[in-house]
Write a protein that binds this ligand. Structure first.
Ligand code: FAD
Ligand code: NAP
Length: 555
């Protein structure tokens, strides 16, 4: 590695934090390119999201054959999913299988939380410190720390007095929780709550659901895998990959306009009914690109969803409460459910409007509502979401050049170049960082793209004897503008969602995802690399000369 001025030999070439989809892929790629890599994860197992989120009903909402690594034909060919949308245990098994198959475990340290990461300019080295007090050094640090990896539990008065059990969906005990015959409350009706509620209702004696905001949810269309489709996909992975890399969302379908012309409404309703029966995002929400930009098309689809809720839920008051109204459909993640609305027809399920009658406090035996009602409980399930996108890095104690902390750099919301790097944090790379397409695209493809880009970048530096890379402030502020401009053409910023940080008190309200299209994003990043990393500056081997990209010939 280029380290002419360094006063100490780093322990590794690259430290990767996180052993989920991103970290495992990064380890395989960087190790394969000849680097000494270590992966650290706070969890006691690999899998990231799929290690932590063990709540009843947890499964992917993107069909499993799209929610799989595509970087290796062998891996893709040799794994078979048992269901259209795999459940958490199967996805966790898949990631463990990948770790074994690629012999990754020898370079992964589990049960290792990183509490600080400090960059030393003098020798262009990151020193990370773990909770256990160990220190590890490397010139490169890759944050594979996840967009949805820091659970958020809101403050409730008296919660610490509650004598029953409290479990967050994202830190669910590995040994499971027996809810049979118990009085359970679920707080939160986002994707996690909506998946958990139907399953919990089957075993709890009484289930009370606290809904502050109704969400849009569609039938996932869960069923056995279509074997013919799977066989075809495995045989034609290369073509699928080609189509997905060139698709605006990283899948293989092209969205069309829903069209809300008066004459077309009847046709559109019939078409939606046909698609609703099959279930899944590509059939219903992602299929119509005008829905994300055109308020009228959006409201048309939203009203279609509401009509379905009214059809399914027998009590009209409960149905109305379950109808989402406060945000355009799609501007918060649309949920994919299995018999969610049907659950509210059960005798043991009660829906509480937590906006009209918020939780006033907890006590030893249950919860007190603002209207004076007291509900006795044995178990509280917090399905209350995450400090998304920036939470993990902000908790990792990251300190860059001249003592700049990530908190300083992101005081007004995340600023990055391409969602990959941040000014003042040389040699720190993020996988699916804020301001990249990340959570609003095929995440596995997004991860694979970043891993490839980062590996190529480090290779480029090695070939040219460069010891550090960092974006220019101009490039970063240009990317800020692009992210904002792309968002402003959509309805996304109109919702009080975790995409804008609205779920975390005090978090800056900034839309944190690049929505200009996955294909366009990939082309932009790749062109920047091919042209010698426009918008980045490198330090040469002596650490003195800051070379602009024009000073370097690409190979
Ligand atoms: P993660 O899987 O979140 O892994 C990050 C890892 O970093 C974690 O294990 C964490 O412990 C570790 N870490 C973070 N900070 C530190 C630290 N300081 N020290 C040590 N370790 C640290 N996406 C989809 O596309 N389709 C889906 O169907 C889908 N379903 C989801 C379901 C749930 C319940 C959730 C929460 C998310 C879902 N997502 C889905 C998004 C999902 O997070 C990504 O698809 C993907 O799993 C992210 O992988 P990752 O490796 O980037 O991050
Ligand atoms: P979420 O979407 O942020 O939902 C959190 C829920 O908790 C919301 O209903 C929120 O209400 C509620 N809440 C928060 N604080 C509350 C309070 N003080 N009182 C009452 N209610 C409160 O979190 P999530 O459901 O965990 O999902 C997060 C993301 O993870 C998803 O958007 C998705 O990307 C991913 N995910 C995917 C799947 C899948 O289907 N594969 C499953 C789970 C998660 P408000 O809306 O009013 O704030």
């Amino acid at each position: 590695m280029p380290d002419a001025r360094e006063s100490r030999t780093p322990d590794f070439d690259v430290i990767v934090v996180g052993a989920g989809f991103a970290g495992l892929n990064a380890l395989h790629s960087l190790r394969g390119a000849g680097y000494r890599v270590v992966v650290l994860d706070a969890a006691d197992g690999v899998g990231g999201t799929w290690y932590w989120n063990r709540y009843p009903g947890a499964r992917c909402d993107v069909v499993s054959i799209d929610y799989s690594y595509t970087f290796s034909d062998e891996l893709y060919r040799d794994w078979s999913w048992s269901e259209r949308y795999a459940q958490q245990p199967e996805i966790e098994r898949y990631l463990n299988w990948v770790a074994d198959r690629l012999d990754l475990r020898k370079d992964i340290r589990l049960g290792t939380r990183v509490v600080s990461a400090v960059y030393e300019d003098a020798d262009a080295t990151w020193t990370i410190s773990t909770e256990a007090g160990d220190h590890i050094t490397a010139p490169f640090l890759v944050a594979a720390t996840g967009c949805l990896s820091v659970p958020s539990t809101p403050h409730f008065d008296g919660l610490d007095r509650f004598q029953g059990e409290i479990h967050h969906t994202a830190s669910w005990p590995a040994e499971g929780v027996d809810l049979t015959g118990r009085r359970v409350a679920v707080i939160g009706t986002g994707s996690s709550g909506i998946q958990a509620i139907p399953v919990i209702a089957e075993s709890a004696s009484e289930l009370t659901v606290f809904q502050r905001t109704a969400n849009f949810s569609l039938p996932a269309g869960q069923r056995e895998n279509d074997e013919e489709r799977v066989r075809h996909r495995k045989a034609s992975l290369a073509q699928w990959r080609e189509a997905a890399w060139n698709n605006s969302a990283g899948f293989d379908f092209e969205p069309a306009a829903l069209g809300v012309d008066d004459l077309e409404r009847e046709r559109a309703y019939a078409e939606l009914d046909r698609r609703w029966g099959r279930g899944g995002f590509p059939e219903i929400v992602l299929a119509f690109d005008d829905v994300f930009k055109n308020r009228e098309a959006n409201e048309f689809l939203a009203e279609y969803f509401r009509s379905k809720v009214r059809e399914i839920v027998r009590d009209p008051d409960v149905a109305e409460l379950l109808c989402a109204r406060d945000h355009p459909i799609g501007s918060k993640r649309v949920c994919a459910d299995t018999r969610y609305y049907e659950t509210f027809n059960r005798d043991n399920v009660t829906l509480i409007d937590a906006r009209a009658t918020p939780i006033a406090s907890f006590d030893e035996t249950g919860v007190l509502l603002s209207d004076g009602r007291h509900i006795e409980l044995d178990v509280v399930v917090m399905a209350t979401g995450f400090d998304a996108m920036t939470g993990a890095l902000r908790r990792m104690g990251v300190v860059g050049r001249h003592g700049t902390t990530i908190d300083d750099a992101w005081a007004s919301g995340p600023h990055t170049y391409l969602g990959i790097q941040v000014v003042s944090f040389p040699n720190l790379f993020m996988i699916t960082g804020p301001q990249s397409p990340s959570v609003l695209n095929n995440m596995i493809l997004g991860i694979e793209h970043h891993v490839r880009w980062i590996t190529n970048c480090i290779d480029f530096m090695r070939r040219h004897g460069l010891r550090s890379i960092e974006p220019t402030p101009e490039a970063q502020s240009g990317w800020d503008d692009e992210v904002r401009a792309a968002a402003s053409e959509t309805l996304y910023p109109q919702a009080e969602s975790w995409y804008v940080g609205a779920n975390i008190p005090g978090k800056p309200r900034v839309f944190m995802v690049y929505v200009g299209g996955f294909d366009k994003y990939v082309r932009t990043c790749d062109a920047i690399a091919e042209e010698g990393y426009e918008g980045f500056v490198f330090d040469g081997p002596d650490g003195a000369a800051a070379l602009s990209r024009s000073g370097i010939a690409t190979q």
